[in-house]
Write a protein that binds this ligand. Structure first.
Ligand code: SF4
Ligand code: SF4
Length: 404
């Protein structure tokens, strides 16, 4: 038995099969089968590693269906490192021939080391008619049209470094764009830049930012994920910024484990820390925003970044803003990295309780700090409801009547 198999079996042996994680697992609730629960998957991994069942693409399906929301880890009394186990197992257990991937995921994987390719490949995909050929599923076609609209909208703007010389010498922040952030969410990046500049920072960007490797990691290509992480860390080391921030919460595992000497922080967490300090010294004026917002707290905030308190703290600073938590917040919305692309039907089913909760609240704005969730939720939102990253709301409240 190889060392890697032994390591995996050791990780899996921590599971005492108690089943306490099961009620918190969205795939178990959705499919209603043990094999689609954390415990079932751990048992499956053990059987595959011990070669008790043949290694086929079908046998691996339950592992592919896992959303990697890590809710099971949050409720596991034995502290099973489920996500580590699953990803290492995905890397180790490769069927022959390899399973076919949706074209969009293949394009994203191919362009990971040169993020600008994301723009060009997606634009080519949109204009070439390939979407019609490949999008046999009407759900996938609708999904792609939604992404294309966002891409088109965002391409009109691009994040620029702040240039206000009156602030010099300000502390410097390197704001990571993220491959998909740069393609689909320039609004958040622009608003984050404006907000940070108001707070006295100089904001820098990497010219050609390397991918962090999150999608590769989720696909089980740990080696490539680590190589990309290393490349990004080298780019960061060449910059003079004191602090590195990122807004794409879904990539937090890769960002938080970057091999860099710089301080790396997620944007919401950083801003909450900043504003708490300012509260002691006198806050900058925030204008009232008389909206009702439905606050989505994604898995990345609940289970990885543990910053849901920070999120609520920041929003309650805005006068007259009414914040309603989605009662569905305890479960993944189905975006789940590439899941919304690889299995749009089940992704839509996971989203449904969130849409119903939003309809009950009838908000002006839905707020979520996770770009993947934003793309997924926005696609099915009722007309007239805006969807924003929390930093955009803060930016509005801080900049109304206070233009720099
Ligand atoms: S990561 Fe989420 S979807 Fe996967 S087994 Fe755990 S709770 Fe279920
Ligand atoms: S809660 Fe932990 S120990 Fe119990 S079945 Fe789930 S993974 Fe295994």
């Amino acid at each position: 038995m190889s060392a890697s198999v032994q390591t995996l079996l050791k990780l899996s042996d921590r599971c005492v099969l108690c089943g306490l994680c099961l009620p918190h697992c969205p795939t178990y609730r959705h499919y209603g089968c043990e094999i689609d629960s954390p415990r079932g998957r751990i048992t499956l991994i053990q059987s595959l590693l011990r070669e008790e069942i043949p290694l086929t693409a079908d046998a691996l399906q339950p592992l592919q269906r896992c959303l990697l929301c890590t809710s099971c880890e949050a409720f596991c009394p034995s502290q099973v490192e489920y996500s580590r186990l699953l990803l290492l197992a995905k890397e180790r257990l490769q069927p022959t021939p390899p399973p076919r991937r949706p074209l969009l995921i293949s394009l994203l994987l191919a362009s990971r080391s040169r993020p600008w390719l994301t723009h060009h490949l997606l634009t080519l995909y949109r204009h070439s008619g390939v979407a019609t050929v490949v999008g046999q599923s009407s759900a996938l076609s609708a999904q792609f049209r939604h992404y294309a609209r966002r891409l088109q909208r965002r391409l009109r703007t691009s994040p620029r470094p702040s240039s206000d010389r009156s602030l010099s010498p300000p502390p410097q922040i390197l704001l990571l764009k993220g491959c998909l952030g740069e393609a689909f969410d320039c609004t958040t990046l622009n608003d984050a830049t404006t907000l940070l500049r108001h707070l006295g920072y100089r904001v820098l960007f990497l010219k050609e930012e390397s991918c962090c490797g999150t999608i590769h990691r989720h696909q089980g290509d740990i080696q490539q994920a680590e190589a990309l992480q290393q490349a990004l860390a080298q780019q960061i080391e060449q910059q003079e910024a004191d602090t590195v921030l990122y807004s794409v919460g879904g990539c937090s595992h890769q960002y938080q484990n970057l091999p860099t000497s710089r301080s790396v922080s997620e944007l919401v967490t950083f801003l909450a820390h900043h504003f708490r300090e300012r509260e002691l010294r006198g806050m900058p004026p925030l204008s009232p925003l008389p909206y009702t917002i439905a606050l989505h707290q994604p898995c990345s905030s609940r289970n990885q970044l543990h910053n849901t308190d920070d999120l609520r703290y920041l929003l309650q600073l805005i006068p007259q803003l009414k914040v309603e938590l989605l009662p569905s917040n305890n479960f993944c919305c189905g975006a789940a990295g590439t899941h919304m692309v690889s299995d749009p039907q089940s992704a839509a089913a996971y989203r449904q309780p969130h849409l119903e909760a939003i309809a009950t609240i009838a908000p002006d704005i839905v707020v979520t700090p996770n770009l993947g969730c934003a793309l997924h939720l926005e696609q099915a939102l009722a007309p007239g409801i805006e969807l924003l990253h929390p930093v955009s709301l803060l930016c509005r409240a801080l900049t109304i009547g206070n233009d720099p």
